[in-house]
Design a protein around this ligand. Sequence first.
Ligand code: HEM
Length: 348
Amino acid sequence: MKLSAAVLLALVAVQAAVLLAAVPSAQAGELKVGYYGKKCKGLENIVKWHVIKALKANRRVGAALVRLIFHDCFVRGCDASVLLDASYDNPHPEKEAPVNIGLAAFDLLEEIKADVEKRCPGVVSCADLLIYAGRDAASLLSNGHVHFDVPAGRLDGYVSKADEAQAELPDSTDDVQKLIANFARKNFTVEELVILSGAHSIGQGHCSSFTGRLSEPPTQITPAYRDLLNYKCPKGYNPAVVNNVRDEDYGVVARYMPGFTSRVRKVPDFLDNSYYHNNLAKIVTFHSDWTLLTHKEALGHVHEYADNGTLWDEDFSDSLVKLSKLPMPAGSKGEIRKKCSVINHRLY
Ligand code: HEM
């Protein structure tokens, strides 16, 4: 089929527009607090409004948003690569990596994006929305104890590969040395590994993420808690179980851990330093949590944060800000996506 000159010209123009829209990520290096102040008035309040509404309907969404910060930023920096759906060009995006099991809140971010696009079209990246929403969730779930200003100006990436996510993110079966090496690759210290792991005071995990724990000895997992987890994970099923036993059904706790019933909460998913108490009591879900107790420095920090909840609130806030600044790989290009789950144009 012959293309007319006009069609050819139009194609060249579209290609040029796509290339112009793809901004080098250097721009994303200049993150600023209040970045959208003039570009999209009231943006941070709009995001917060959506997050409050979503958490009122289902508090559990908050944990998913906090986890997304980690899972986006550890893979190609904070570029919303974790939000991309499978497509003809990219059949295996990060979402499909086994290590990304249970990721959620994608619909909420898409809803926020749609609202923001109506008010400020083509201005706000999904990468920034993800960080703002995660920040607001952390703040709401901690009754404001975790709070921080977060800089913005990130771009949305074009690349999202399941293999990369699998290689970059830690696994729930990892031992402490592997976790330390994993975090060190992103320039995070042992202390920051311990601080950020405290996020497991909220949310849930699938049985498959901790079935290996169910045959570990009492030195690693309290037998009563192991029995509770065994009960929650019937053979042949893979439900999600709460990370923090105080969020468990009262009746189940009464049956398996009667001494713990006074700590069961009516409102689940309160983000605080309870993870460190649970860890010392060997009632945490993942091997990767328990293994922190086997490393002298990490254990010291587990004690430190168990003893001082206010310090954890502050240090967790700082570590999330640091996480949110992880850059895209040098030389990467980015854009402002119209929808968070798809890139705007094919680049080739
Ligand atoms: C240190 C290495 C880490 C490992 C190995 C790990 C592993 C996991 C696993 C396996 C799950 C459950 C997934 C499932 O089965 O559905 C989970 C849940 C969660 N993780 Fe981590 N994680 C780590 C660090 C972090 C960090 C740094 C954060 C955030 C700062 C975080 C936040 C969360 C949250 C909030 C949940 C619950 C999510 C929900 O309920 O939707 N994790 N993590």
